[in-house]
Design a protein around this ligand. Sequence first.
Ligand code: GRF
Length: 193
Amino acid sequence: LSVAVLISGTGSNLRALLEAAEDPDYPARVVVVGADREADGLAHAEDFGIPSFTVPYAHYATREEWGAELSAQLAVWQPDLVVLSGLMRLLPREVVDEWAPNLVNTHPAYLPEFPGAHAVRDAIEAGVPQTGASVIVVDAGVDSGPIVAQERVPVLDGDDEHSLHERIKPVERRLLIDVVRRVATGDLDLTSP
Ligand code: GRF
């Protein structure tokens, strides 16, 4: 299965996928990494010799124009699956329509709890005893698509946004690696998750 990964940040989930794909028995390969800015995580693509591209959000007058270029760049690589892993942008509907359902997103909360860009901070502020990690099929909403994997993560006394996010990310990585494997083996059919 050929996978494109889109990031905005450190790309720790991307790195985990790249490391998993090093195993010759893992049925997926990352073929390209894309970003909406000069993300630190692009260095992981370089480390693994994977091509990458950036479509800087700031260079476009509208989200739609940005999305059209992003989609065009993705199309060059003909990925079977597009993984949003720390892409901190909402995709225009046209981009979702073009790539879904072969378009999944990792989210650091137990959806539908805490959707949106500040899920970990929101969980801290809500004072909940547990949150989680989720992988969903992307739809045109905000973290509102069908859930394909999720797992609870405890919130510990004294946690702040960073410590909680660092506890969530390893769970996210494990869920993501497993979802990509299940899509590759046909065990998970994204058209009917
Ligand atoms: C991940 O928790 C992702 O779900 C969220 O932002 C974080 C990105 O982390 N959207 P990284 O860039 O993969 O380290």
